[in-house]
Write a protein that binds this ligand. Structure first.
Ligand code: PDD
Length: 285
């Protein structure tokens, strides 16, 4: 149970925590966020998440609310007050409170900062990974700068729900040329027929996943071959394996795409091995 939230300098009971109705995050989705895993009391790749937060803030010209060190303290304190040992910490920074107007406030306002943390049951996650997940493909209808981790997630919300309605756990977005961009809340990967790990190259059309970056280190260390190139949903359906990566799922095997089984329909050896070894290459602090 999450009980305490950090809201603009104060730790409040979650039930009593609220933000101003004129917060631009609420009014205009004018903000950014990060989700960092907490595992056995340690933060997973905090440095990467906070570096990407800086990038997102910079791209949107939102003032950095505090130093990285101060933010680290707030994140830890929120985790501690919620007694999270295994779970996630969620951080959101908005442009702040101002009378509603699309353009930035003429007089700069203080950014809004909120942090929450919640526990998850690691055994439940392992069970999902042991079975693997289904994904459903659909057109990518998001804006053109999804490399910015913006809280504006309407297309992701609709995509995820459409996937759920089709009996899948994740949506895979497909661009107008038929290539998979990424998941609604994860990066997309396949193991090609030649045994290479294939994932879309970085650009404005996917998020630079922190899990993706860490996995690249593990792949290199294991001497596996990686190909950063786009792949179609059709290629994915005929691939040896498929999987997704994210802070909330680490490496998660995909066993069905649009109802079609991948490989023999069970989690593949490569994805399962990468999942097992993942944390050896992550930064745990
Ligand atoms: N989502 N792509 C999208 C669209 C995402 O939303 C995410 C993460 C990722 C993977 O990024 P990372 O490995 O840094 O978590 C890729 C988070 C977990 C979320 O929205 O809850």
């Amino acid at each position: 149970m999450s009980r305490i939230a950090y809201v603009n300098g104060r730790y409040l009971l979650r039930a009593e925590a609220s933000v101003n109705i004129e917060d631009r995050g609420y009014q205009l989705s004018d903000g950014v966020y990060e989700v960092c895993e907490v595992r056995a009391g340690k933060f997973v790749d905090e440095g990467g998440h906070l570096a990407r937060l800086d990038f997102s803030l910079n791209e949107l010209k939102i003032r950095n609310p505090m130093s990285r060190q101060a933010l680290g303290i707030v994140l830890r304190e929120t985790v501690r007050r919620n007694r999270v040992c295994d779970g996630f910490v969620y951080l959101q920074v908005t442009r702040g409170v101002a009378r509603r107007d699309h353009a930035f406030p003429a007089k700069p306002v203080a950014p809004g900062v909120t942090v929450t943390a919640r526990s998850v049951d690691p055994a439940a996650n392992e069970k999902v990974a042991a079975d693997g997940i289904a994904v459903a493909t659909m057109p990518d209808e998001r804006w053109a700068r999804v490399d910015i981790k913006s809280i504006s997630l309407l297309a992701n919300v609709l995509g995820k729900q459409a996937a759920r309605d089709r009996g899948a756990r994740e949506a895979w977005f497909v661009d107008e040329k038929g290539f998979v961009t990424e998941g609604a809340s994860s990066n997309a990967w396949i193991v090609s027929r030649e045994g290479k790990l294939v994932t879309r190259p970085l650009g404005h059309d996917i998020l630079r996943g922190i899990t993706r970056t860490t996995l690249m280190k593990l792949i290199a260390a294991q001497g596996l071959q990686v190909e950063e190139r786009a792949f179609t949903a059709e290629e994915a359906c005929g691939a040896r394996e498929a999987f997704v990566t994210s802070a909330t799922q680490a490496v998660m095997p995909v066993v069905r795409i649009d109802g079609r089984p991948i490989g023999n329909g069970a989690p593949g050896l490569v994805a399962s091995g990468l999942r097992r070894d993942y944390y050896q290459y992550a930064e745990l602090t």
